[in-house]
Design a protein around this ligand. Structure first.
Ligand code: HEM
Length: 174
C-alpha cells in the first residue's frame, strides 16, 4: 500500500521524496504512526515529583515519588485502542483516506504537552524518507513472519536477536 501510494505521488525514477510529496502520503503517515504505537522507540519514561502534586485524574503524588508512563504498554491497551489493539492496522489513523490524528496523551510516543519531543516532526519526516527509499527499491521478506518481533527493554528500543530478513532489489516491470 505504501508503494502504491508513493507511485501515485512520485516519479518512477525518483529516489527520494520531497517534503511536499511526503505531506501528500497519508497512508505512509498512518503506517509510521501505527509502527510507533506498537514499537515505541522510548518504551517508558520516568519523572520525579519535586513537590507534592496532583495528576489530572486527581491522583495524589507525594514529593520525591517516581512516576513512570509507559508508551509500550499504553500502545497495547484494549481500553485505549479497542479489541484489535494487538493488530497492526494503519487504517485506525485514517478517515476516508485522510490522516486523522489521535491525541498524544493516548499515544505518548514523543511525550505530550509542553515537554513534547522537539524533534518529533523532524524524526517523522526522516522515518518516512528512509521507509520510502527502502520499500520502493527493495523487496523485504521477514525470515520468521510468524514470530512477532520482541523488544529488548532499555532506554531506547532494540529488537531482541535483531530482525532477520531477506532483501532483494525490486524488479520493476517495464
Ligand atoms: C523516533 C524518534 C524520537 C522519539 C521516539 C523521541 C521521543 C522523545 C520523548 C519520549 C521525549 C520526552 C523525554 C522526557 O521528557 O523525559 C523527547 C524529548 C525530546 N526530544 Fe525526542 N524523540 C525522537 C527524536 C528526536 C530528535 C530527532 C530530536 C532532535 C532533533 C529530538 C529532540 C528532543 C528534545 C530536545 C527533547 C526534550 C524536550 C523537552 O524536554 O522540552 N528527539 N523525545
Amino acid at each position: 500500500r505504501v508503494r502504491e501510494e508513493s507511485d501515485q505521488v512520485m516519479a518512477s525514477n525518483q529516489e527520494f521524496a520531497s517534503y511536499e510529496q511526503i505531506r501528500e502520503m497519508h497512508y505512509l503517515h498512518a503506517v509510521v504512526n501505527e509502527s510507533l504505537r506498537l514499537y515505541p522507540p522510548v518504551q517508558f519514561d520516568s519523572k520525579f515529583a519535586m513537590e507534592d502534586d496532583v495528576l489530572p485524574d486527581g491522583t495524589f503524588v507525594r514529593k520525591g515519588t517516581r512516576v513512570t508512563y509507559h508508551p509500550y504498554a499504553m500502545g497495547r491497551m484494549e481500553g485505549i485502542w479497542g479489541t484489535d489493539c494487538m493488530e497492526f492496522r494503519p487504517e485506525r489513523w485514517l478517515e476516508n483516506g485522510a490522516f486523522c490524528p489521535i491525541s498524544p496523551f493516548k499515544c505518548p510516543v514523543f511525550q505530550a504537552g509542553i515537554r513534547v519531543c522537539l524533534g518529533k516532526e523532524l524524526s517523522l519526516v526522516e522515518m518516512k524518507i528512509v521507509a520510502l527509499a527502502v520499500v520502493r527499491k527493495f523487496d523485504v521478506k521477514i525470515a520468521t513472519p510468524e514470530a512477532a518481533p520482541r523488544f529488548d527493554p532499555g532506554l531506547t528500543a532494540m529488537l531482541s536477536g535483531g530482525l532477520q530478513a531477506e532483501i532483494r532489489e525490486r524488479v520493476i516491470a517495464e
